[in-house]
Design a protein around this ligand. Structure first.
Ligand SMILES: Nc1ncnc2c1ncn2[C@@H]1O[C@H](COP(=O)(O)OP(=O)(O)OP(=O)(O)O)[C@@H](O)[C@H]1O
Length: 326
């Protein structure tokens, strides 16, 4: 979403991702297998260290806060410390805050909870230091670590935690939450508007809710036009046509479509790669074409992540599809 749209969406009003953040584990949608196990730990008063792994906007922080609210009720803020591991001031500041928190006096509870977001941003050395801190305070603190990839967390930490994998949220879960919020806010959303929000979100609930709020500012009725414009998402049919033209050997036309998406619609190259990746199997391609496209998407994704020019990579992807005309 563009910055202008984001600030427009939140101006003068409460931000909906906070207003509608689930307060209890029961209200966290789409991860029932996880939330039930977490409730079990709380009921048994036996919370281990936890590691939440998964993409952005799917409920990791929300679940951690819900755990604290369930354990401490009204006093959750005094007994829950939220830190970001990629704190610019460094791991020493993070460690000092953990120590101060763990040492300060307790209000009758056996332990307090420390939530460490982006734990996979820590270097291996910093993670080793964190592991020692976890051990030092394990009698009176429980850690909940959050990360995108559990493989980036060193084994000695993983083996001390119960690991939970939060997957991208399903279409139904996102559609349902979008409708609930729209109803509560008295906003009309068309069916294609809901579909577009679900598509643009790609499993990220935060994106879907922010998209809804931003689109609602612009118009009384949220439809797919509003959603695609405000979320800077290419329409699936534009992506599909671009790929089809390349596969048909029409490179110049395909490249022009790409340019219009990047320049006229202002869509980021990385987002186009992401959309291509999600849609490969909906394109009605032969097995061979799908495999070829997938291979090129993987290569372009890797290069863009490593810092290569997005437009060059996407054009090269289309060129290679056009050269291999079947
Ligand atoms: N499973 C869910 N059920 C209901 N709402 C959700 C869910 N997941 C996310 N949300 C909504 O999206 C917002 C952001 O979610 P949250 O902060 O939990 O994401 P996260 O997984 O911790 O992501 P990040 O890794 O980016 O911090 C929440 O405030 C809530 O409004």
């Amino acid at each position: 979403m563009s910055e202008a749209a984001e600030s427009e969406g939140s101006r003068g009003r409460e931000v909906w991702i906070e207003k509608y953040r689930p307060q209890t584990l029961e209200d966290v949608v789409g991860h029932e297998n996880i939330t039930e196990r977490l409730e079990h730990y709380i009921a048994k008063d036996d919370l281990p260290h936890l590691l939440f792994a998964g993409p952005a906007g799917v409920g990791k922080t929300t679940s951690a806060v819900a755990i604290a609210k369930s354990i401490y009720g009204e006093e959750w803020r005094e007994n829950f410390l939220e830190l970001n591991a990629s704190d610019q001031r460094g791991i020493d500041v993070v460690r000092d805050r953990i120590k101060n928190f763990a040492r300060s006096s307790f209000g009758g509870y056996d332990y307090r909870v420390i939530f460490l977001d982006e734990a996979d941003a820590l270097t291996n050395d910093a993670q080793s230091a964190l592991r020692r801190t976890m051990e030092q305070f394990s009698n009176n603190t429980r850690f909940i670590l959050s990360c995108n990839y559990s493989s980036r967390i060193i084994d000695p930490i993983q083996s001390r935690c119960a690991v939970f994998r939060f997957s991208p949220l399903g279409d139904d879960a996102i559609a349902q939450q979008v409708r609930i919020i729209a109803d509560a806010e008295g906003i009309e959303v068309t069916d294609d508007g809901v579909d577009a929000l679900v598509y643009a979100a790609g499993g990220d609930m935060r994106k879907a809710i922010n998209g809804l709020q931003a689109a609602a500012v612009l118009d009384e009725t949220v439809d797919e036009d509003a959603v695609f414009a405000i979320t800077s998402t290419a329409r699936p049919e534009d992506i599909k046509e671009m790929v089809q033209m390349a596969l048909d050997g029409e490179f110049t036309a395909s490249r022009a479509r790409l340019e219009s998406l990047l320049v006229d619609s202002g869509i980021a190259g990385g987002d186009i790669i992401d959309q291509l990746h999600r849609s490969v199997w909906e394109f009605d391609l032969t097995e061979r074409q799908a495999v070829r496209l997938m291979e090129r998407v993987g290569e372009a994704d890797y290069r863009i992540t490593a810092g290569a020019n997005e437009q060059v990579q996407l054009e090269a992807l289309l060129a290679s599809l056009a050269l291999n005309e079947e």
